[in-house]
Ligand binder design. Structure first.
Ligand SMILES: NC(=O)c1ccc[n+]([C@@H]2O[C@H](COP(=O)([O-])OP(=O)(O)OC[C@H]3O[C@@H](n4cnc5c(N)ncnc54)[C@H](OP(=O)(O)O)[C@@H]3O)[C@@H](O)[C@H]2O)c1
Length: 406
């Protein structure tokens, strides 16, 4: 049933980016993400599950006959994080089912629900999440159908509106803020982390022709890739304490769940300098320890603080958001029919096999003796007639069923 499509989600609209982390699955060596999702699916008897976690939302999209209520959401999230209480869960969670769930998914994909509206990166993140959950056997036919339509709908929004014009992202907003400080092009910039986010930072820095960048990363190879783009230097994170050249601006963005920039390291990086340093922390949870922000002369830029810039961006795109909503509304309205058709196709998929089996049984068992007495040309005619009947018997009920749904 359509109402079996359900979403539990926590987004930047109802929680701070830090709070969202409490609703996200925390993988560990003993209990990796795949096993945790498998466990969730089993415990809550979900028929299918798609898990999407980005820096400004977490979505659990699943197929289940259970009633979607605060009590269900509480059990669900307390299974993920026992420290969450019912009040926090009720305040932060959106519960959606049926076409409301579909509409939400489409709005996320078209980036009209994003912190930074028009940020196309989200579509790539959704694809990655889907591919992963699909490869792990968590999704099935219904999520596949919803996801496929979501991609078509989002692409139409990007093609027919100007929502993605002058593309913006959390990274571009952060770089814009950094540029507003008028750093000289030869400013000493440190890039800590070399994942997707800092790769985007590196592209912006290269475009702005910053020429004195050093990249530190856990693995050297990725640091070298970014350093090459910037004609800068690369080093591993383990060697960072040996760095003695000071800095003017520091970008830090890694997947570490503990702050990387601790007072001891920060002191070492400063090399005794006392002027204001620009520190840009795009990681969630943050990679700069609170003591560093409190005790040093820092202009600190982080994602949550970019909300104001994001609001300005939204004002610029408001008319496009309205157009996007209209396009998506048509796709959402189409979904129930598509869903029914697909249910029917699945139910009907057995029909051809069963009719073939009836024909084979008629020839080899029920009328075997009569058929054996026929001459070759009559037998050939009989076979032709039965094949004709077989095709019609398959096509007719399919056609009637489609007409009933359409
Ligand atoms: N993707 C986005 O749209 C986006 C936007 C804003 C903020 N963020 C936030 O940015 C952070 C990184 O995201 P991403 O998409 O760039 O990740 P990513 O592509 O998966 O890269 C992760 C980076 O963090 C490093 N890393 C992971 N665990 C580490 C640890 N324990 N200690 C030190 N380094 C570690 C990795 O080093 P190796 O190369 O050695 O693995 C890699 O450089 C996350 O906090 C995310 O929430 C993401």
């Amino acid at each position: 049933m359509l109402r079996d499509l359900k979403i539990l989600t926590v987004t930047h609209k109802s929680a701070s980016l830090k709070e969202i982390r409490d609703f996200v699955i925390k993988p560990s060596d003993d209990f990796p993400l795949q096993s945790q999702l498998g466990n969730l699916k089993e415990v809550f008897e979900l028929k299918e599950l798609l898990y999407i976690a980005t820096c400004n939302r977490v979505i659990y999209f699943f197929i289940s006959e259970s009633e979607l209520s605060i009590s269900f959401a509480t059990q669900f999230f307390q299974h993920i994080n026992p420290d969450l209480n019912e009040n926090r869960i009720a305040a932060a969670t959106q519960l959606l089912e049926g076409t409301d769930a579909i509409a939400h998914l489409y709005e996320v994909a078209a980036s009209i629900d994003s912190l930074v509206v028009g940020e196309r990166q989200i579509l790539g993140q959704l694809r990655e999440a889907y591919d992963q959950c699909h490869a792990w056997g968590l999704t099935g036919d219904t999520i596949r159908l919803a996801f496929q339509q979501m991609v078509v709908a989002a692409k139409e929004v990007y093609a027919r509106t100007r929502i993605g014009d002058k593309p913006v992202s959390v990274v571009s907003l952060a770089v814009r803020k950094m540029l507003s400080t008028h750093l000289p092009k030869d400013a000493r910039i440190l890039l800590i982390g070399a994942g997707q986010t800092n790769a985007l930072v590196a592209k912006f820095l290269a475009k702005q022709e910053f020429a004195n960048v050093t990249v530190f990363n856990r693995s050297l190879q990725k640091a070298e890739e970014l350093a090459k783009l910037l004609e800068g230097k690369a080093n591993t994170l383990t060697n960072i304490f040996e760095y003695k050249e000071g800095f003017d601006c520091l970008f830090v963005c890694t997947g570490s769940t503990d702050p990387i920039i601790q007072p001891e390291l920060y002191e070492q990086l400063l090399q005794g300098e006392t002027d204001t340093k620009i520190v840009i922390d795009l990681a969630i949870p943050h990679n700069v320890a609170p003591e560093v922000i409190e005790n040093y002369n820092i202009q600190y830029i982080e994602i949550e603080g970019l909300r104001t810039l994001a609001q300005e961006n939204l004002a610029f795109r408001e008319t496009e958001v309205e157009k996007a909503r209209q396009i998506l509304a048509n796709y959402v309205a189409e979904f129930p029919t598509l869903f029914k058709q697909r249910q029917l196709e699945r139910a009907m998929s057995r029909v051809p096999e069963e009719i073939k089996a009836v024909k084979a049984k008629a020839l080899s068992e029920v009328f075997r003796k009569d058929v054996e007495q026929l001459d070759a040309s009559t037998r050939e005619l009989l076979e032709k007639m039965l094949t004709y009947m077989e095709k019609k018997c398959i096509a007719v009920p399919m056609k009637v069923a489609r007409e009933m749904v359409g």
